[in-house]
Design a protein around this ligand. Structure first.
Ligand code: HEM
Length: 502
């Protein structure tokens, strides 16, 4: 018996010392063997109502440094924080840090296809193609400008029905933004009452605002993947993923049945179908990586990445308008003076200094994707003295840049003057504002998103005044703290909409 106890204690001591030696070589919390910092994180999540994953990670950054190793369960996260370190890794060493996690959970969800979670030559080809097609359809130019203007008018018409009443602006705004993407991808739009659109919004929410129990699967990559179905939240993600894929596939099939592949494409799907045909004609009858499964995944990525992100940023902008009525009024006066009651266009952007500063400050404070999308290293590498394994999940801590008091003094204050030249009153952009991340994997939809933010926000402030309802005033701090998730959304709230006399 004594011998057995001695052997067990010896084994445990050996395991612990091996763990300690390995952990001491790395910067970051030591944690426990097998569980890492998970118990501490769970304790914090249970005892602190204000616990948020990105705040926890940033707390670790404050305690241990700008490049740290955080082990949760058996999964190592390498957190890269601060503008200089983020640039040194994702821009200067982009070839090393532009991969996506090879973790089994991501493989199940995305199968290494699409734009968001693919890598290597497949990702390069698809990204290049998507950017070219979106440019051909006038991204950053008049075609998509008209499309957004039409949706902005529709949104304003819809909101004017609520004059003097309170409403949850979320669904109105998201529908308008989804219609812009649907126009580009499928050359169609849905009515605001379309039940499929409602369903789509529910499923994208499940995908972008996943909870901690989903991440639990990520924390233990060695667990059999069948266990994923035991976690309700992981299951919800997989179901939503399937729903969005089926939805996209139905639409692709409709387009495919009617599209004459020799004619000029009018949407992304038609351009893709034509590319498939050209590849089949030129090669050995092979579409290469441009097959139908890749098409569905790419389309669903554009849909999911392009809807909740922009819509939620606009919701943050209206919330900040409500909590800073003097700034809302200053932007309205600027809009009235510069463009009066005519329709806004992208040409007006450079004359609307306060509006631009307001949108930038919104993006800084909102920290919409605080830890960006997960990366990984292409191979075993040393970065800033820390060994980084290709199995580690690398997180660009964008939140740490936007909240850096050296770059943005009093970072928790909403202050549009950071983006204004105080002598001339003109807009002054900052290179440290990086909501779309940086480097080769930076947001593919940045140009579209910037256009949408401007072309939706200006008519909203031109035609309406927004006010928080009583509940929103009472719960201000909770609403501004927001939810956890890949996309950081404000907590549910309702605003009172007042039409302005034009
Ligand atoms: C305000 C709105 C938006 C924000 C803040 C935003 C932010 C981001 C961020 C932080 C990433 C990850 C970059 C990285 O991996 O380091 C990303 C990736 C991506 N975004 Fe956006 N995004 C927005 C809107 C859009 C729109 C409108 C589209 C669609 C047209 C889009 C499509 C994508 C795609 C496809 C990727 C993956 C790129 C890749 O892995 O190569 N995004 N976005």
């Amino acid at each position: 018996m004594t011998l057995v106890i001695t052997v067990i204690v010896g084994l445990l001591a050996a395991l612990l010392s091996r763990h300690l030696i390995r952990r001491l070589k790395r910067r970051g919390p030591i944690g426990l063997p097998i569980l890492g910092s998970l118990p501490y994180m769970m304790y914090r999540a249970v005892t602190d109502r204000q616990f948020r994953w990105y705040l926890f990670v940033d707390e670790m950054r404050k305690a241990y440094g700008e490049v740290i190793s955080l082990v949760i369960g058996t999964q190592e996260f390498v957190v890269i924080s601060g503008y200089n370190k983020i640039k040194a890794s994702f821009v200067d060493r982009a070839d090393m840090f532009s991969q996506r996690p090879n973790h089994p959970f991501y493989q199940i969800v995305a199968e290494g296809r699409g734009l968001l979670f693919s890598e290597g030559p497949l990702w390069q080809d698809q990204r290049r193609f998507a950017l070219r097609v979106l440019r051909d359809f006038g991204l950053g130019r008049s075609l998509s400008e008209q499309q957004i203007q039409t949706e902005a008018q529709e949104l304003a018409r819809h909101l004017s029905d609520y004059n003097g009443q309170e409403t949850d602006v979320k669904s109105h705004i998201t529908k308008a933004v989804v219609n812009v993407i649907a126009g580009l991808v499928f050359a169609e739009r849905s009515g605001y009452e379309d039940p499929k659109l409602e369903e789509f919004l529910e499923h994208t929410k499940a995908l972008t605002q996943a909870g901690l129990d989903t991440v639990l699967m990520v924390f233990f990559p060695q667990l059999p993947i069948s266990l994923t179905s035991l976690s309700p939240s992981s299951n919800r993600i997989l179901q939503s993923e399937r729903w969005v894929m089926d939805y996209c596939w139905d639409k692709i099939q409709d387009i495919s049945r009617n599209y004459d592949k020799s004619s000029e494409p009018i949407c992304f799907v038609e351009a893709y179908l034509r590319e498939q045909r050209m590849r089949q004609a030129s090669g050995e009858g092979d579409v290469g990586s441009f097959d139908n499964r890749q098409l569905i995944r790419t389309v669903s990525d554009l849909y999911v990445a392009g809807s909740d992100t922009t819509a939620t940023t606009l919701r943050w902008a209206l919330l900040y308008c409500c909590f800073h009525p003097e700034l809302q009024e200053a932007c309205h006066i600027e809009i009235s003076t510069v463009i009066g009651d005519r329709e806004v266009s992208m040409k007006d952007k450079r004359s609307l200094h306060k509006v631009q500063a307001f949108l930038d400050e919104t993006q800084r404070m909102a920290n919409l994707v605080p830890m960006s999308v997960e990366h990984r290293a292409a191979k075993e590498v040393d970065f800033d003295g820390l060994p980084v394994s290709p199995d580690s999940i690398v997180l660009p801590n964008l939140y740490s840049v936007h909240m850096d008091p050296e770059l943005f003094p009093e970072p928790h204050e909403f202050n549009i003057n950071r983006f204004l030249d105080l002598e001339t009153g003109t807009y002054k952009p900052s290179e440290y504002l990086i909501p779309f991340s940086v480097g080769k994997r930076s947001c593919l939809g940045e140009t579209l998103a910037r256009m949408e933010l401007f072309l939706f926000f200006v008519p909203l402030l031109q035609k309406f005044r927004f006010e928080p309802n009583e509940d929103c005033k009472l719960k201000r701090e909770d609403i501004l703290l927001g939810h956890d998730g890949i996309v950081r959304a404000p907590a549910d709230h309702r605003l009172v909409v007042h039409s302005r006399a034009l």
